[in-house]
Write a protein that binds this ligand. Structure first.
Ligand code: PMP
Length: 447
């Protein structure tokens, strides 16, 4: 049983000890838990019956808002019809249908799909595809990967190796060998308070050339970046940066992987950030918004040439020794198809674009508040970067996050001292006002 005093919002007989919560300050959380019990549209309702505005689409995933009956009904129908079917040497129609439907919205050429269950699995799958591709073409020396500082690519060993958030790696010792990192693109001196993409920093992509010189292109498999780093606190690509990265990677036969687990499915005002910023990667990892968060699922989109390079050998040979029991799970596929219907019917894949200026100006109205040292935005994502307290980095961000929840009735995310927001794409302007107003009040009060 929980030895902590029972907080007001926890059901009194519920022990909180046993669930080891992920990416959570467990002891702090359990001293005053934030328990979400139901959700509808833009709002959660917590255990105290309070309505909390969802400023983060859950965990960047509920792009169509909560409680979408089309999704829950599709899921229920599918479970009743067929709960599970393998996709190893077997198949079922929904996985094929979903793959085909998805390739209608992907960037040109990315029309082969490998299904996973999460962003982390998508990333490790993408890295393995890159290795297998080079090997299939007789370039088996291409085994090195390049990530980027402050990048987040999930928690698999591949993902933490190419990822660049030190806290996610430092407890785990050995990782993938042969990984380098590009410099991150956060530049508070030159780019603070830019609206949209920062002007300065495209030249940071040239660092890729240096790594190529160091190791030789013939040893490098792929470079992986988030088009916009979400988890590190909304770090945007400087204007021209992604194009430059694309050019250098192509020049050296290095595959370019975009991790679009956050930016995919409308977050940036186009189906994918690749389209928004007009740069097409060779492989693209996704998850989250694919099913509106309702059922775990991920998808890796692969350029057809890469896929075809692996389709070799006699007919009975398995071309790629990789997959998950739940790859293309029928219930997840049903959820994803229903989600895609909503996104397309309601125009959500481009709605962030329509709201972008309003969102941007609302966020930037917080400039000048105490401790606000940068504000960043793109699509329907934004961040307010707060100055760290001397000797206690992360505490101000956490305090603001907590007060937003308890006092402001809004859910935001904090990563260190950065407050990140990504409301559902069904957001109305009044929700943006509520979110930004609540955050502003809390920032003013938090010293
Ligand atoms: N890549 C990126 C860019 C992400 O933002 C995330 C999750 N925030 C992941 C990978 C990992 O996804 P998951 O938590 O579903 O494994």
């Amino acid at each position: 049983m929980n030895s902590l005093p029972h907080p007001a919002s926890a059901p009194s007989n519920q022990s909180l000890d046993e669930f080891w919560m992920p990416f959570t300050a467990n002891r702090q959380y359990k001293a005053r838990p934030r328990l979400l019990e139901s959700a509808e549209g833009m709002y959660y309702t917590d255990a105290e019956g309070r309505q909390v505005l969802d400023g983060t689409s859950g965990l960047w995933c509920c792009n169509a808002g909560h409680g979408r009956k089309e999704i829950s009904e599709a899921v229920a129908r599918q479970i009743n019809k067929m709960d599970f079917a393998p996709t190893f040497q077997m198949g079922h129609p929904l996985a094929f249908e979903l793959a085909e439907r998805l390739t209608d919205i992907t960037p040109e050429g990315l029309d082969r799909v490998f299904f996973t269950n999460s962003g982390s699995e998508s990333v490790d799958t993408a890295l393995k595809i890159a290795l297998a591709y080079h090997r299939a073409r007789g370039q088996g020396t291409r085994t090195r990967f390049i990530g980027r500082e402050l990048g987040y690519h999930g928690v698999g060993f591949g993902g933490i190796s190419v990822g660049g958030m030190v806290n996610n790696r430092k407890a785990f010792g050995a990782q993938l060998p042969g990984v380098d990192h590009l410099p991150h693109t956060l530049d508070l001196e030159r780019n603070a308070f830019t609206r949209g993409l920062p002007k300065h920093g495209a030249e940071l992509a040239d660092h890729l050339e240096k790594i190529v010189t160091l190791h030789g292109a013939e040893n490098i498999a792929a470079v992986i970046v988030e088009p916009m780093s979400g988890s590190a606190g909304v770090i945007l690509p400087p204007q021209g940066y992604l194009k430059r990265l694309r050019e250098i990677a192509s020049k050296h036969g290095i595959l370019l992987i975009f991790d679009e687990v956050i930016t995919g499915y409308g977050r940036m005002g186009e189906p994918f950030a690749a389209q928004r910023w007009d740069v097409t990667p060779d492989i693209m990892t996704t998850a989250k918004g694919l099913t509106n968060g309702a059922i775990p699922m991920g998808a890796v989109f692969v350029n057809r040439d890469i896929h075809d390079a692996l389709m070799h050998g006699p007919d009975h040979v398995i071309e790629f020794f990789h997959g998950y029991t739940y790859s293309g799970h029928p219930v997840a596929a049903a959820a994803a198809l229903a989600t895609l219907d909503i996104y397309q019917r309601d125009g959500l894949l481009t709605r962030a674009r329509e709201l972008e200026v309003y969102w941007q100006e609302a966020l930037h109205s917080l400039q000048g508040l105490p401790n606000v040292i940068d504000i960043r935005n793109a699509g329907l994502v934004g961040a307010v970067h707060l100055a760290s307290r001397d000797g206690a980095p992360g505490t101000r961000g956490y305090d603001v996050f907590e007060s937003c929840y308890w006092e402001g009735d809004v859910m935001v995310r904090c990563t260190g001292d950065i407050i990140a927001m990504s409301p559902p794409l069904i957001t109305e302007k009044t929700h943006i006002d509520q979110l930004v107003e609540a955050l502003g009040k809390v920032i003013k009060r938090t010293q």
